[in-house]
Write a protein that binds this ligand. Structure first.
Ligand code: FES
Length: 873
């Protein structure tokens, strides 16, 4: 198997991780440190430290020590200028004295100076760059089980086996490619018997997820798990695992000991050395010095000797004066002598990996007897076993202090012990504030490598005990998760109306609106440009008859004796007194009086109402109604019938003529007036007809069963041939409604707009006893102090863009929200927001068009048919 590293081919063996293959091929420097660009080599070989982060196939910050090699993969070093071996920015080490903790907060206090250096700091700061242009597949899956066991070591295998034998549905998650945990590389601790693993694997009710890591334990025992390479079609799968009980058996990890130059490539945790040796058959060096406390070094010393590595000496961290070498370890100077070596195996403190227990609500408390923080106070649905609970770990006497102030406590951010001391001296003497001020524990290792030492320094500098200092909070995700895994597959659902395929036959040009696909306009001839098509559709509605698909409107059917009460409570208008057979405009506001949605409400019978909402707000409106209904005991049943109904609006001076061909319903205005509704049949299809006029012409909105909608649409087009009927799309509809000055919620309103500002005061009935938003609207009614929505007619050429600036008296006065060229006014017209004092009929404002200010006249009237006579014909 071959892969490319910095453009050169590297050979890998089966089962190799990238780091193992590179180490076998002589690579010792794997990264450069974040701030001072110091060379860094493999340290933990377990995915716990920041030292092996590289860019793999365009994805930055991949831990190469736990990423298996794939044939042909491209691996690049990151955060290096220009190369791993020669990084010019390592010169920054010489100026470390100029860059103490918080230096840029303290140095660049003036706006100008910060702006001058910011681009440079941004360029050199940060880890990695997203280089990919390729698409990758990610996916999500959902699992439920009685017991989730996180960790596939000895304790995890036994816990899963016991639960499986009891008949529980078990999911066992382990981040390694094989079960066995540390017994796979710590041979002297005993091996998990293979028959135990086989018996576990044979249990049908136990599911094992290997090469998968759990990054968080959330409310309701929800575990976030990332499964690497679940199948050839996906690089990662995010598993949402909901468990009745979670058993955490994540073991323990080793942390570094601090001594001068302890971060040089070649200084490696003893468990890292053992992993290289037993998992990949790699000798980490030829001559080693073992550093650690008495009692901790025997295992690694014996293993090194067994592997043929010469052990030059065994010393304690306190005895180390410095490690020599520039690019990698060349030797070590200690109180007992100088030793030439190429490997320093560090037997660090063992720390229970109990982050998940803390996320579940447990606490980490200092145990003086064990010399470590142990989890306590776990909730009932979480248990902890094995090394994660501190079982079988070496007791630590105390947290060793860094021997010099130049030792790097935090490898992720190059925070030295001097930086921590400075932070404490400046008043950041709580471990949480010290963390934020210095960024210790905030890097990719999330405190695994540095938290204990930072606590030790903080305790020493403040004179408090380790127990008093405590630990920082563990929050998910830990370890990190790729954005691709969180996003999941590129699934982009599209909702189609029942007339979708009929539109395609008519030459539709689509547009996306919320989840829906809607006709933007119809290209009836390839020779016609968009503008001509839209103008033709506009003329059809104004001069003859047009028909538009409005199935995307949200539709709710309400039944019950108390529907009127609920609608009175939730909408600003009154609906309990709406006579059956009538329709009213419906405006919904929040408690602050801000417009949330609008639509129509038709009363079909004494206890039956039919609501339409805007296309994108259906779910919200339904939730809002449910919320205000909850606990009232009112007799109201709400059904979302949006998918069950197709809807179309037939409008124009000849619409009655067309519609009457297909129905016996009396459509004459005296029998079926404006703002009336009827249940009738059109083309033998049962329908609900609302006589409303969003586009400003005589028209009917017809709602029919979805399965009949396409047939009815085609029947109306057929019936309208002689009357020159034409389908029209959203673009023509927006122009037609703008000429009537009808507001679109969310386009002409924003997150602060109330009905008084939007010129919709007539839709608010303050005399109602109570409704949502009444208190604020009562104040807004008498104190219109912010802005007002106005209409304007441009007095010059051009068409302003939506959002264009409005200028009055030489000052910015507001912005345009909607604008179109109006055939009715032969000018550009629009809606916009201006200050209340400027919102006066006939007043001149200036609108920015193509970089110039063009005068416009304010009008508070519709631009077309201001009396509304055409609607009522
Ligand atoms: S060496 Fe890879 S994460 Fe530590």
């Amino acid at each position: 198997m071959n892969f490319l590293f910095q453009g050169h081919a590297v050979e890998a063996k089966d089962g190799d991780t990238i780091a193992a293959a590179l180490y076998r091929n002589g690579q010792r420097t794997f990264s450069r440190s974040f701030k001072y660009h110091r060379p860094r080599g493999l340290l933990c070989v377990a995915g716990k430290c920041p030292n092996c982060l590289m860019n793999v196939d365009g994805i930055p910050n991949i831990r190469t020590c736990i990423t298996s090699v794939r044939d042909g993969m491209r691996v690049k070093a990151q955060n290096v200028f220009p190369s791993l071996e020669t990084d010019w920015l390592s010169i920054t080490q010489r100026f470390a004295w100029l860059m103490p903790v918080g230096w840029y907060y303290k140095t660049f206090t003036h706006r100008t100076s910060w702006h001058a250096v910011e681009p440079f700091i941004r360029k050199v700061a940060g880890l990695g760059e997203v280089l990919t242009t390729e698409s990758r597949s990610y996916e999500h899956s959902w699992l439920h089980c009685d017991r989730a066991v996180i960790g596939g070591g000895w304790a995890g295998i036994e816990a899963a086996q016991a639960a499986g034998a009891r008949g529980e549905q078990v999911v066992l998650v382990d981040d390694q490619p094989e079960l066995g945990g540390q017994s796979r590389y710590r041979k002297r601790g005993g091996k998990v018997p293979s028959d135990l693993i086989e018996r576990l694997q044979a249990l049908p009710n136990v599911r094992i997820l290997l090469d998968s890591y759990c990054f968080g334990l959330y409310e309701g025992n929800l575990l976030g798990i990332v499964q690497r390479n679940p199948h050839p079609g996906a690089v990662e799968r995010l598993v949402h695992l909901r468990a009745e009980h979670t058993t955490v058996t994540t073991g323990a990890y080793e942390t570094p000991l601090l001594f001068p130059n302890h971060d040089l490539p070649g200084v490696m945790l003893s468990t890292g050395v053992l992993r290289l040796l037993h998992l990949y058959g790699i000798q980490a060096g030829k001559r080693a010095v073992v550093v650690g406390a008495r009692g901790a070094t025997e295992e690694i010393s014996a293993e090194l000797r067994d592997a043929g590595i010469q052990v030059m000496a065994t010393v304690s961290a306190e005895q180390v004066r410095t490690v020599t070498g520039s690019a990698s370890v060349k030797g070590i100077q200690t109180e007992v002598g100088r030793f030439a070596c190429d490997l320093i195996a560090v037997c660090g403190l063992e720390v229970p990996d109990a982050g998940l227990a803390v996320q579940a609500g447990g606490k980490l408390s200092w145990s003086a007897a064990h010399g470590m923080f142990l989890p306590t106070g776990l909730p009932k649905h979480v248990s902890l076993l094995g090394a994660a609970a501190g079982e079988g770990l070496r007791a630590n006497v105390s947290i060793p202090l860094p021997p010099s102030k130049r030792a790097f406590v935090c490898l992720c951010s190059d925070v030295s012990s001097q930086d921590l001391c400075d932070g404490v001296a400046e008043g950041f003497d709580h471990i949480e504030t010290l963390k934020r001020y210095t960024t210790t524990t905030m890097g990719p290792c999330q405190g695994r490598m540095c938290q204990l030492s930072a606590i030790g320094v903080c305790a020493h500098e403040t004179g408090r005990s380790t127990a008093e200092i405590g630990v920082t909070t563990s929050r998910p995700p830990s370890p990190g998760v790729t954005l691709g895994a969180l996003a999941g597959s590129g699934h982009n659902p599209i909702r189609r109306t029942p007339m979708h395929y009929a539109h395609e036959k008519l030459g539709v040009v689509w547009m996306d609106m919320s989840d829906w696909r809607r006709p933007r306009y119809y290209r009836t001839s390839p020779a016609f440009a968009e503008k001509e098509c839209i103008q033709a559709e506009y003329r059809a509605v104004r001069e003859a008859v047009g028909i538009i698909d409005v199935s995307t409107l949200g539709k709710l059917a309400l039944r019950g004796a108390d529907c009127g009460k609920l609608l009175d409570k939730v909408y600003t208008h009154r609906f309990s007194d709406l006579p059956p057979g009538r329709v009213r405009y419906a405006l919904m506001c929040d408690e602050g009086g801000v417009i949330l949605d609008d639509g129509t409400i038709a009363r079909l019978g004494d206890d039956r109402y039919f609501i339409t909402t805007t296309t994108g707000n259906l779910e919200f409106v339904q939730q809002w109604l449910d919320w205000y209904l909850a606990g009232t005991g009112w007799d109201v049943h709400i059904a979302n019938v949006t998918a069950g109904y197709g809807a179309m609006n037939i409008a124009g001076p000849r619409s009655r003529e067309v519609l009457s061909k297909l129905t016996h319903c009396d459509l004459a205005s005296p029998a079926f007036p404006y703002m009336a509704c009827r249940e009738a049949e059109v083309g033998a299809i049962p329908v609900v007809m609302l006589r409303i006029g969003f586009v400003g012409e005589t028209g009917w909105e017809i709602h029919c069963p979805a399965e009949s909608a396409e047939g009815l649409w085609e029947a109306l087009l057929e019936a309208g041939q002689e009357s020159k009927i034409r389908p029209f799309g959203v673009e023509a509809q927006r122009l037609l409604r703008l000429e009537k000055r009808h507001v679109i919620v969310g386009v002409d309103t924003d997150a602060l707009t109330n009905p008084y500002e939007a010129d919709l005061a007539w839709a608010v009935k303050l005399e109602k006893p109570d409704f949502v938003g009444k208190a604020c609207l009562s104040r807004a009614a008498v104190d219109l102090s912010r802005e007002r929505l106005i209409g304007f007619v441009l007095r010059g050429p051009g068409l302003p863009q939506d959002g264009a600036a409005i200028v009055a008296d030489g000052e910015l006065a507001g912005r345009v929200t909607s604008t179109r060229h109006s055939p009715a006014r032969q000018a550009a017209v629009g809606l916009g927001w201006v200050k209340v004092a400027q919102a006066k009929e006939g007043m001149t404002i200036n609108v920015r068009v193509d970089g110039k200010l063009v005068p416009a006249t304010i009008t508070m009237q519709p631009f077309y048919d201001p009396e509304g006579g055409r609607l009522r014909q």
